[in-house]
Design a protein around this ligand. Sequence first.
Ligand SMILES: Cc1cc2nc3c(=O)[nH]c(=O)nc-3n(C[C@H](O)[C@H](O)[C@H](O)COP(=O)(O)OP(=O)(O)OC[C@H]3O[C@@H](n4cnc5c(N)ncnc54)[C@H](O)[C@@H]3O)c2cc1C
Length: 517
Amino acid sequence: MADARLGLSEFTHGVVNQARLHDLLLEGMENSVTHLIPHYNRRLLELEVDPNLTQDLEAFPITATFERNDISQSAKVETIKARYVVGCDGARSAVRKNLAIDLEGDSANKAWGVMDVLLVTDFPDIRVKSFIQSKENGAVMLVPREGGYLVRLYVELDLLDKNQRASNLDLNVEDIIAKAQLIMAPYHLDVKEVAWWSIYEVGQRVADRFDDRPVAVADRLIPRAFVAGDACHTHSPKGGWGLNTSLPDTFNLGWKLASVIQGRCKPELLQTYSSERRKVAKMLIDADRQMSSLVATRPKAEQGSPQTKTNTMDIEKFIARQNGFIAGTSIQYDPSYICTGEEHQHLAKGFKIGQRFHSAEAVRISDGRPQHLGHLNKADGRWRIFAFGNEQNPTDSRSEMFKLLEFLKDSATSPIKKYTPENSDIDSVIDLYAVFQQQTLSIEDMPDSLWPAKGKYGLRDYEKVFSTNVDNDIFEQRGIDRASGCMVIVRPDQHIANILPLSAHHELSEFFNHFML
Ligand SMILES: Cc1cc2nc3c(=O)[nH]c(=O)nc-3n(C[C@H](O)[C@H](O)[C@H](O)COP(=O)(O)OP(=O)(O)OC[C@H]3O[C@@H](n4cnc5c(N)ncnc54)[C@H](O)[C@@H]3O)c2cc1C
């Protein structure tokens, strides 16, 4: 079956090995404005959050104690005082334990072997991501690795006893190979070289909360300590969803934390991390449970076979349904003050409120270049307003678009005027774009706010105005109402926050007033 639904995203669905991804992230951090390099060789021993200080935002309620484990500094203990802490410390998270956050769910663990191998085989689908369920010996998940030869096999081993750890099993790579051969018989696996292998266990569990607030009084408190990634959800490796769910946790939290620390947003915004991402984690665990039960029952060899329940078609259908979930593009956050405007969803049916901005192309009017609008949603902490014009000529002062631009530029209640610090570029907090249906517009006819002068030289930004590509029409593709147009407001994490009519000036102000400072 196709690996990804057509049109799910403008990017090709592919496999990126985690070591490479890790390198890319490190490189990105080092080349960022902060030139961030992780401090390695420190083990968190203890974390304390002083409940008497958590609601004083200037205070440092967190005390973290680390033990150095590099040779020169071995056993040296360091204490760090912090205003916030994010525990991304994996499935056995010390941060989670210190915050007394419980894991809910299935603790009946299963051991899995994993290996990256070079092999010779008569199994025909060796270059296709496959799931092989044997009659009696368990399952293998096969993922062809990049480069054309290397293959990753996830091999189902045994159930573990309560409190037994996979790392304590007396098994090695030879055992994993033997089990894989057993499962895949009558095909042959002749393993020539093992590049890497490991044995690990997984349970399907999700943390009862993703921050330090006690559930009963959560609404009244500002969270100061968070858990993200495997620290708050673990599941089986069948779907390849772990990292794909963990990274977006911190992508959701990162911009919120930055805006609160920089004094741009109200601290209550931090409460939305747990509510938004815990729902996704629960979906992940449910999907994993469904997948596990589908593959745990033997696929039907013959129609009507009494002992078996699952048809391989059911598995295919399930995977197809999960497509958008795995890619992250159909994750939808529940309605809240940062995901609102359902009553105007009909103005742009293809931009689902709460979901990621579904990119489509438009043509930049200053140079005629087609541009994916989704690529304008950079991960830089800024909000974005995409104003899609209606049928009126936007240069006509009676048009809705003209009035909106005037409002945004001049009104005291304009969120752009109100929340952009003095002496900062006009798009430094809220970045405005316009997309028109008309084909005959020129940049010099546009109001100043659509090609603002920026920076110390007052250079014009020519890259904010677009017209629809007649052969590849974004209004058509995303179901945008041609007669009315609309505003699509996009969060710094690329999720759609709100859809409003072009005339909804007051509602636009109210939306931002809810959380901005
Ligand atoms: C074999 C295997 C295959 C997988 N395949 C896939 C896949 O195909 N697709 C996918 O999406 N996901 C996959 N996953 C899941 C994925 O690896 C995890 O979901 C992801 O790594 C979680 O990231 P994380 O940052 O939350 O935690 P981790 O990657 O576990 O990182 C936690 C970090 O915290 C450090 N740490 C822990 N405790 C302390 C302490 N006390 N003090 C200091 N540091 C500490 C650890 O050393 C580690 O560096 C796989 C997992 C495994 C085990």
